[in-house]
Design a protein around this ligand. Structure first.
Ligand code: TYD
Length: 216
């Protein structure tokens, strides 16, 4: 598996704060461009995407439609293919020198669909996708994550304590594999306050070689 440079992903349990932290990171970049480039400084994205496959996945997550777990695993992989290689996809952006950060990516499939389908299927479906340069894992006690989810409206199909306990175990087992494959893996303590966690994220992102281009 090869690595896409200039590409970072946020991973973690539901409720671990990846979406909030990505928003804060984007705010930090707002108005800061590399001096030698007409490119936007920073592109934030997420999986499931807002595209047609991603929208279908959202209705599965919300419980509006019910599909076989293996079919859902296939949808996540199809959504990812479009995300990477479709119009204005991650691969093209990173190759042009943009910094792309995604709220969830391939590791989510190995973890979540690993639980619902067994390990082999998501590995096979995702075997040819490239890896990110940086993987930030937002680590949080599943019980605390549940308390955060309680403050939100409604629950998605995976947002239950027994499932999330397995999610955390699987991430912990999987992360060393990525480190071995050459991904920079950093664990962020997501139980800290929002501002403190944002600082940890900022420090990790600053170590990406693309940051030497003089954004700030
Ligand atoms: P999440 O980032 O939690 O979205 P939101 O905060 O907007 O609800 O992601 C949605 C869910 O999708 C989450 O429970 C993890 C799950 N998921 C998978 O099961 N497999 C995948 O490949 C991806 C990308 C996400």
């Amino acid at each position: 598996m090869f690595i896409i440079h200039n590409f970072a992903v946020f991973e973690g349990l539901d409720g671990s704060g990846t979406t909030t932290q990505l928003r804060l990171l984007a705010e930090r970049f707002a108005g800061h461009s590399p001096p030698d480039s007409p490119l936007p400084p920073f592109f934030e994205t997420c999986e499931p995407t807002g595209g047609p496959v991603g929208r279908l996945i959202r209705s599965v997550l919300g419980g509006e439609i019910s599909l076989e777990p293996a079919a859902v695993a296939g949808l996540f992989a199809a959504d990812r293919y479009e995300h990477l290689y479709g119009k204005d996809g991650i691969a093209g952006r990173c190759a042009r020198g943009e910094l792309v950060v995604s709220d969830r990516y391939l590791p989510s499939s190995l973890v979540y669909q690993g639980i619902t389908c067994g390990e082999e299927l998501p590995r096979r479906l995702n075997a040819d996708f490239p890896l990110p340069e940086l993987l930030l894992f937002f680590d949080l006690d599943p019980q605390i994550a549940q308390e955060r989810l309680n403050a939100r409206n409604g629950r998605e199909i995976y947002e239950h304590l027994d499932f999330q306990v397995k999610v955390r175990e699987r991430y912990k087992a999987l992360l060393p594999e990525y480190a071995e494959a050459g991904v920079r893996v950093e664990c962020v303590d997501a139980s800290a306050g929002i501002g403190e966690t944002a600082e940890l994220v900022w420090r990790a992102v600053q170590k990406m070689p693309i940051m030497n281009r003089g954004y700030f």
